[in-house]
Design a protein around this ligand. Structure first.
Ligand SMILES: C[S@@+](CC[C@H](N)C(=O)[O-])C[C@H]1O[C@@H](n2cnc3c(N)ncnc32)[C@H](O)[C@@H]1O
Length: 223
C-alpha cells in the first residue's frame, strides 16, 4: 500500500511512455486500427501495443489452443492473442456491442485471423456459464479479462473452472492508473480490480503477479 502511495501519476506516466517507446512497435494495420475505430464511433480504450505484445508472448508460451477474451472492442488485443495461438488454436472473444463486434470482425479478416477468432455477442456474465457448459472444465489455456472492472471478481468465479492447469489468467487495468489514486475508497472500478487481485493472489491453485504495463496487467498461472 505504501509503495502505491509513493508512485505518482507523473512517474507512472513517464514509465508508461518509456515502455511504449521501447516495446510498443506494431505493424501498420494494428498501429492504425484504433484510430479507424474511433472514427467509426468506438471509444479509445484498447490495450497499448506493449500490453498487446505481452498477450501474444504469454499466449505463445502456454502453447495455447483455446483462449477466451472478455471485452473485444475493435479487436486490437484479440489480434495479438490470435498471433500467439498455436496454428490450430482458436480465440473466443465476448462483446455485447454490435458496433464494436462488427468492426472487430472486419479487423480479424484484414489481419488474416478470422478463421481463428470468433466473436460471441453478449454480456460476459451471461456468456461465461454457457462457455463453461459448451467447452467443459480445464479446456482453456488463456483467459483475458478486459470488460467491466466491477464484474472482475464474478468473471473469476465463473471462468475459473475453464482454465486448465498450467493455463494463464490475464486481466487488464488491475492497477487502474487513471483512477488508482483518486477517491480510491469510493471507486468501484478500483475496488473490482483490487478484489480480483486479492482473490487470485490468495487462491492456492494460482501463482499470481501484476506488472505495471499501461494500467497494470494481472498474470496468474493455474497450478
Ligand atoms: C476496454 S474495452 C476492451 C478492449 C480490447 N480488449 C482491446 O484491448 O482491444 C471493453 C469492451 O468490453 C465491452 N463490454 C462492455 N460490457 C461488457 C460486458 N458486460 N461483457 C463483455 N464485454 C463488455 C465494451 O463494449 C468494450 O468493447
Amino acid at each position: 500500500m505504501l509503495l502505491v502511495m509513493e508512485m505518482t501519476p507523473d512517474r507512472w506516466s513517464y514509465t508508461g511512455e518509456y515502455l511504449r517507446e521501447v516495446f510498443g512497435a506494431c505493424d501498420s494495420h494494428l498501429a492504425n486500427l484504433m484510430e479507424e475505430g474511433v472514427a467509426r464511433g468506438l471509444p479509445d480504450i484498447a490495450v497499448s501495443p506493449d500490453v498487446g505484445r505481452l498477450l501474444m508472448i504469454l499466449t505463445s508460451m502456454t502453447r495455447a489452443e483455446c483462449a477466451v477474451e472478455l471485452g473485444t472492442l475493435g479487436g486490437f488485443s484479440a489480434i495479438w492473442i490470435a498471433r500467439g495461438l498455436k496454428p490450430n488454436g482458436r480465440l473466443i472473444t465476448v462483446e455485447p456491442v454490435d458496433l464494436h463486434a462488427d468492426f472487430a470482425e472486419e479487423q480479424f479478416a484484414r489481419a488474416g485471423v478470422a478463421e481463428k477468432v470468433k466473436v460471441r455477442r453478449g454480456f460476459a456474465l451471461d456468456v461465461l456459464p454457457k462457455l463453461v457448459a459448451e467447452l467443459g472444465p480445464a479446456s482453456v489455456d488463456v483467459l483475458f479479462f478486459d470488460a467491466i472492472k466491477t464484474e472482475y471478481p464474478k468473471y473469476f468465479e465463473l471462468a475459473r473452472p475453464l482454465l486448465r492447469s498450467g493455463g494463464l489468467l490475464i486481466a487488464d487495468n488491475v492497477l487502474g492508473a487513471g483512477s488508482w489514486w483518486i477517491d480510491a475508497e469510493n471507486n468501484p472500478h478500483r475496488q473490482g480490480a483490487d478484489t480480483l487481485n486479492r482473490m487470485v493472489s490468495a487462491d492456492p491453485d494460482f501463482e499470481a503477479v501484476a506488472v505495471p504495463l499501461r494500467e497494470g496487467v494481472l498474470i496468474a498461472k493455474r497450478l
